[in-house]
Ligand binder design. Structure first.
Ligand SMILES: *[C@@H]1O[C@H](CO)[C@@H](O)[C@H](O)[C@H]1NC(C)=O
Ligand SMILES: *[C@@H]1O[C@H](CO)[C@@H](O)[C@H](O)[C@H]1NC(C)=O
Ligand SMILES: *[C@@H]1O[C@H](CO)[C@@H](O)[C@H](O)[C@H]1NC(C)=O
Length: 215
């Protein structure tokens, strides 16, 4: 019995370690299975949009308080063309409309599944955005400030066409460290996302917002 338990624990550790190669890709796959279980279509995981989601996070410069509450801020729509697209190598003329955004920030690092259900999807507004039939594609990103807390998660939705929106120069996004974004099959593991016990002692902040449309 003890041997079986030990084996299960080791197996679980192994599974959770290998599933964490790219938490942003993992978030998109959780989001898509949740949509299809709800009879909504699966969305195309667009790497150009994923890279822009990481830029969106970086615009907050680690200020979790700016995400929500009475003093909430959000990057100006002009930033997409002026800053985010060029930083990613996305051709500005191919930027598609953003049909929804989910953004959350917390001081403790959690895996993609907990970030999805415990942070990003937190009220009826975020559920409405999650299941909206307005979207055709998605990009997700996660970043800690300089690789540490607080951790930001961002999901951007678009109704662009999969092969003509958020097109990357030469087909590859410019490297963005620290942080991870979806759509690249990029191995973005703990080297860039410190998940050590250090941060699990820093708890308290947890802020999330959801916007429909915009830009
Ligand atoms: C989809 O996610 C929401 C929010 O976490 C949850 O309430 C719902 O049960 C999920 N649906 C499925 C089919 O997993
Ligand atoms: C875009 O995708 C459609 C269908 O998936 C395909 O017919 C078309 O040739 C593609 N266009 C380009 C420029 O790749
Ligand atoms: C979908 O798009 C329509 C028309 O642009 C808009 O009125 C509606 O609020 C959108 N739905 C969501 C959930 O964003």
């Amino acid at each position: 019995m003890a041997v079986v338990t030990w084996f299960l624990v080791v197996a679980l550790l192994f599974v959770s370690a290998s599933a964490d190669d790219n938490p942003a890709d993992e978030l998109v796959s959780i989001l898509n299975s949740n949509r299809t279980a709800h009879k909504s279509t699966a969305l195309f995981d667009n790497p150009g949009l994923g890279c822009i989601a990481l830029q969106y996070i970086k615009a907050y410069q680690g200020r979790c308080d700016d995400v929500g509450g009475s003093d909430a801020k959000k990057p100006a729509d002009a930033e997409f063309a002026e800053t985010f697209a060029p930083n990613c190598g996305v051709q500005a003329s191919t930027l598609g409309p953003i049909t929804g955004r989910l953004l959350g920030c917390q001081s403790k690092y959690v895996g993609a599944s907990e970030a999805f259900s415990g942070l990003l999807i937190h009220n009826s507004k975020s559920l409405e955005i999650l299941y909206s039939s307005n979207h055709t594609e998605v990009g997700a990103a996660v970043s800690g400030t300089d690789g540490g807390a607080p951790y930001f998660w961002c999901v951007l939705f678009s109704n662009g066409k999969r092969n003509s929106s958020f097109v990357l120069d030469g087909g590859v996004a410019k490297t963005q460290r620290p942080g991870c974004f979806s759509g690249t099959n990029d191995d973005c593991s703990s080297a860039y996302m410190s998940q050590g016990p250090l941060w699990s002692t820093v708890v308290g902040i947890l802020i999330a917002v959801a916007y429909a449309l915009g830009f």
